[in-house]
Write a protein that binds this ligand. Structure first.
Ligand code: F0G
Length: 470
């Protein structure tokens, strides 16, 4: 498994090229589609030549306690399955990955599902799942001698890229939609030294513009059209399989924006299966915001044969994307694994985010679509109570504190949205909102307020998580 021979295979027409021959926009010169990294050596290895699954699993676990720096990365710990570098010595790492998998006792109980977990990718070094893909693609950029890297972003990609570029000693250019990204993310790009351009355009407009720029200037494109991004982003699939002792969960639920992440996780599980490391792959479902749902529409209308871009609107700014680049790959993952693709409303996202917060697991609004989507799937009767389900939480709650504050202060949803709320949603809002209480700085006043809270808390006891997270 030490062969670092990889090639790029076009997802549309199947054309194969060497990694170094990719065009700056990573589009196929024949048909314009995107590439996937392929390891020809793997399919040639049959019978005794196949890697020994037991030995690999042992090695990956052993590395968790190794003294070598690269082994501390939850991405490069699995480097046998992403041999994309000429030398692993060129890897740029912030010790990403190895993120926690939490049981969700309250949501489990509410939904009547025994085994419901959250894989919290917001616990990565820059606070989002993008770090796992940035370590791999940034390492390729450095190995190939680039001095400049760039991305268009709704915020998290730019934060991750800026940090990894700083570690690699490269310069970075960020194009972001003006006024439409969360402050936490913008502050990171600035802090890590990126040249940050706020454009009067949405994410899709920024990406289109950047695609032109990289054809003119020697800049390495680090959006998820870059197939090396997906190689790092597939590794949470390995961590999840490992956490379940290589018996994969029944169902994985992922938010959908530009659709790189769902594509990458699907690839990760498929490769584990092809190499004989797991016996099956989980169902993979993708959830979008109602106002940014081009994949939902594509699958409903054309069964994924074509995609009509939409003008995207959602407060979950991370997934405010109307023309997702990796839609074909994601559609294939959903179809091949028997997953679903559906959308959720702004109110459903807000409630799900507050519910995850109330479990002690804050996340970004874009991550909360997973719980909102699971609730819908459960209501439709397509997820059974005995299934093991994993929600992929993609970003940390502190990325977008304004959203959380607005929600709890009852300033997030418009009057029209509140008027349209179902009785169940109203009850959820009333139960979940925790407004700050403004009081006199007086002991008896605070105690009085506390008594009222204690009485209310006693009336609604809640299940608690086991002491040790799974
Ligand atoms: N969740 C978060 C927190 C994100 O930042 C993103 C994408 C997604 C979900 C969707 O993932 O695009 O792979 O389908 N953020 C990108 C960015 C687009 O620029 O940070 P996807």
């Amino acid at each position: 498994m030490n062969d670092n021979l990889h090639q790029l295979r076009c997802f549309g027409c199947g054309a194969r090229i060497a990694g170094a021959d990719a065009l700056p926009d990573f589009r196929c010169a024949v048909c314009g589609d995107l590439f996937e990294v392929e390891y020809p050596g793997w399919s040639q290895r049959r019978g005794p030549d196949r890697p020994n699954p037991g030995a690999l699993k042992w090695l990956w676990r052993e590395r968790k306690s190794s003294a070598e720096a690269l082994d501390h990365s939850g991405v490069w710990r699995f480097r046998e399955l992403l041999p994309i570098l000429d030398s692993f010595g060129n890897a740029i790492t912030l010790f990403e990955g190895n993120t926690p998998l939490y049981h969700l006792p309250r949501a489990s109980k509410a939904l009547g599902i025994d085994q419901l977990f959250a894989k919290h990718q917001g616990m990565n070094p820059t606070g989002s799942f993008k770090d796992t893909g940035m370590t791999s693609a940034m390492s390729v950029a450095r190995e190939r001698g680039f001095e400049w890297v760039a991305c268009a972003s709704t915020g998290n990609t730019s934060a991750a890229m800026a940090a990894y570029a700083a570690r690699a000693g490269l310069r970075s250019l960020v194009l972001i939609p003006d006024g439409k990204i969360a402050w936490g993310k913008l502050s990171q790009a600035m802090d890590y030294g990126a040249i940050t351009c706020q454009l009067k355009a949405d994410f899709d407009g920024c990406l289109t513009l950047l695609t032109q720029i990289v054809k003119e200037a020697p800049i390495y494109l680090l959006n998820s059209v870059n197939p090396y991004r997906l190689e790092g982003q597939k590794t949470p699939a390995f961590e999840i399989a490992e956490a379940f002792d290589w018996n994969v969960p029944d169902h994985l639920i992922v938010p959908g924006g530009n659709l790189g992440n769902s594509s990458a996780l699907g690839k990760g599980f498929r490769e584990l299966h092809d190499l004989g490391l797991v016996a099956r792959v989980p169902r993979i479902s993708v959830i979008q915001a109602e106002g940014a749902n081009p994949l939902v529409r594509s699958l409903a209308v054309t069964h994924g044969a074509s995609l009509e871009p939409v003008e995207a609107h959602t407060r979950a700014t991370a997934i405010r994307i109307g023309n997702p680049a990796s839609w074909r790959k994601a559609a294939r993952v959903i179809q091949d694994t028997g997953g679903w693709c559906l959308d959720v409303t702004e109110a459903e996202i807000a409630i799900a985010k507050a519910e995850l917060g109330a479990e002690g697991l804050g996340c970004e609004p874009a991550s909360a679509v997973t719980l909102a989507g699971l609730k819908k799937l459960r209501a439709q009767g397509v997820v059974a109570s005995n299934e093991t389900v994993v929600l992929v939480l993609t970003g940390h709650t502190l990325k977008d504190p304004q959203y959380t504050i607005d929600y709890h202060r009852n300033a997030l949803l418009t009057e029209a949205e509140m008027a349209a709320a179902t009785p169940a949603e109203r009850a959820s809002h009333a139960h979940l909102r925790k407004q700050p209480i403004v009081l006199e700085a007086d002991e008896s006043v605070v105690l009085h307020a506390l008594e009222a809270q204690m009485a209310a808390a006693h009336a609604s006891r809640i299940p608690v998580a086991p002491g040790i997270p799974v």
